[in-house]
Design a protein around this ligand. Sequence first.
Ligand code: SF4
Length: 207
Amino acid sequence: METVTKSIITSLPVMEHFYTLQGEGFHQGKAAYFIRLGGCDVGCVWCDVKESWEEEKHPKFDVRSLKLEVEKTPAEIVVITGGEPLMHNLDALTKELQQAGFKTHLETSGAYPLSGEWDWICFSPKKFKAPLPGILPYANELKVVIYNKTDFNCAEKYAALVTPSCKLYLQPEWEKSATILPLITDYIKTFPQWELSLQLHKYINVP
Ligand code: SF4
């Protein structure tokens, strides 16, 4: 009988890691340690972290050394973002962090299979690479970046697929904020199940 061995990935490409405030979504305004993993092939035209795309450009960190970095701060929440973090198996990283008592939060487009153990999942689908359906039951918040009017259709499409308890956020694309924000405001007033997410960290000028 063939035995399938699940490979445990204990070393991950890290573009940057830092302690700051979560600027977006349900946990906006809370202190959090961010680990931004390298690698993304989703290809959002408006991506503000294009330097994350090439995984090979970023040094590999052992998951234990990442936990030790977080432990140098009073952080309670660790946000794993990217890039597209689910391009990597995150079982070992989240296990290490949760065993040390940290809450693990994920920011993902859902374009790759879900791995890891999570206290909170922010699902942010992108029209440039469709998400896999496996993420839908686990999303705690749905956050859709609005770049043009057709993105409202995308938002409603995924809102119909997530669980009833999933929080719903619309977030203006940063460069288009001036023109898109009034549309989002009107939309939320018409459909109040949605809430506004602003990139607070850009307004207060923190990473
Ligand atoms: S999924 Fe995120 S990192 Fe990847 S291209 Fe889109 S915005 Fe950039």
